[in-house]
Design a protein around this ligand. Structure first.
Ligand SMILES: *Cc1c(COP(=O)(O)O)cnc(C)c1O
Length: 428
């Protein structure tokens, strides 16, 4: 296809790089087809939930003030509950991000004297302050909630013996993080999560199991709530917002857990009854509608990159063949120049802010300079193509997202081309 090569040339992608990429994509046809089938299944699941709840134009209306009888908001929560097969859901723009949703789920369901145990190792960085693992004002620890954790085994499996030892009678809640986040462990499949939930419940059926579902939604045909989790929690500027939600978080779960969350988010007595939608409903519904195919696009990009860079002896996590349970891809380059060249490529391919050049900087809270590439329609949205890399060994980049597979591919090729141009990769 001469024409498309010309198009890529305008972006500085050489014929050699393009031809090379064709070999990679040709070999991935079967894999991509499997992803499309999961997306198709999830698309039907989403449409079915929307039809069942008779979503209509009236639900897109803006509400202000208290937001009593906000039909759009209440119906959307029913749609989420049907997709996740839970009794209830809380889906709100007033939940400002993923960390907020997780902090809310925890603080709403724990009381002074209770203990929580994470059984997938250390939780996501920002939760350390929520829990009080790192000292912080207003942490759960300040409210008398204690914390313990069980690390995963070296092979990434749950440590069932360790879990059994830690689940004493004062344990009220168990936390599981599905995605690896910025750790190098494998991401947990929903099946594995289900095995752990069953084990926890066999020890004490009253323990609440919460799953941090960030980056995992719609990657498989089932969600952790389908295998017994009491609460699944995530961010709307990741997978389930489909790139359109401008803010928000969700908690799907049992009636009791969600009720606690609602009373904590607003106030005792008011709960779910208040919280105006401020005009975001169309983007929440439409983003959810698009989410299955957006997630498929991001997955294709991640798998394409894994297969492309793996050929050049870089360590890619997950590797090119592994099954996927979230949309994050890590690549260890071993050299700071490569991390920088990669991120500059991702930035240069963005629809927004492509003319800016990212540079490593000393971000608060990090022990090494970090370079970040993002040119997003929604600020900080990581379902849009984005990458970041701490400038320290093993010099890895973590990247995720891509609202369309075609754009994810452009970003990855641009990153690859930069590395070829800088002689960090030698084609042939
Ligand atoms: C992104 C993420 C969070 C926190 O979400 P924010 O929206 O960044 O606050 C928590 N856990 C995991 C696994 C995540 O990927």
């Amino acid at each position: 296809m001469a024409d498309i090569k010309e198009m890529y040339k305008n972006f500085g992608i050489s014929e050699d790089v393009y031809d090379y990429s064709v070999k990679i994509t040709d070999a991935l046809k079967q894999r991509f087809q499997e992803i499309d089938i999961i997306a198709e299944y999830n698309q039907l699941k989403v449409v079915n939930a929307m039809q069942k709840n008779q979503v209509s134009e009236a639900h897109f209306a803006q509400t202000t003030g208290y937001g009593y009888n906000d039909l759009g908001r209440d119906t959307l929560e029913k749609v989420y509950a049907d997709i996740f097969h839970t009794e209830d859901a809380l889906v709100r723009p007033q939940i400002t991000c993923g960390t907020h949703a997780l902090g809310l789920a925890l603080s709403a369901n724990l009381r002074p004297g209770d203990k929580m145990v994470y059984i997938s190792g250390k939780p996501y960085d920002t939760l350390e302050e929520v829990i009080g693992i790192r000292e912080s004002k207003g942490s759960l620890r300040e409210y008398g909630v204690t914390y313990d954790q069980v690390d995963l085994l070296d092979n990434g499996d749950f440590d069932f013996d360790g879990i059994k030892n830690k689940l004493t009678s004062d344990v009220k809640l168990v936390g599981i993080q599905r995605s690896k986040g910025y750790a190098t462990r494998p991401t947990l499949s929903v099946k594995k999560i289900g095995e752990a939930v069953s084990f926890v419940k066999s020890i004490n059926p009253d323990i609440i199991v919460m799953v941090d579902n960030c980056y995992g939604e719609f990657v498989e045909t089932i969600e952790p709530s389908d295998v017994g989790a009491d609460m699944v929690v995530g961010s709307l500027i990741k997978n389930p917002g489909g790139g359109l939600a401008p803010i928000g978080g969700y908690i799907c779960g049992t009636k009791d857990c969600v009720e606690n969350c609602a009373y904590r988010l607003t106030t005792p007595g008011l709960g779910k009854e208040v919280g105006a939608n401020l005009g975001v409903m169309t983007s929440f519904y439409q983003g959810l509608f698009l989410a299955p195919t957006v997630v498929a696009s991001a997955l294709k990009g991640a798998i394409f990159a894994a297969n492309l860079f793996e050929k050049f002896e870089f360590k890619v996590i997950p590797d090119g063949k592994e099954s996927r349970h979230d949309i994050i891809q890590a690549i260890e380059f071993g050299k700071p120049e490569a991390v920088i060249a990669f991120c500059k490529g991702i930035q240069a391919a963005a629809p927004v802010d492509s003319y800016l050049t990212p540079e490593p900087w000393d971000m608060p809270g990090y022990d090494a300079p970090v370079i970040m590439a993002a040119g997003a329609f929604v600020s900080g949205s990581s379902i849009e193509l984005s990458a970041d890399g701490p400038i320290k060994p093993p010099y890895a980049v973590y990247f995720q997202g891509g609202l369309t597979w075609q754009h994810a591919k452009l970003g990855i090729l641009k990153a690859f081309q930069n590395m070829v141009d800088d002689e960090l990769i030698h084609l042939v």
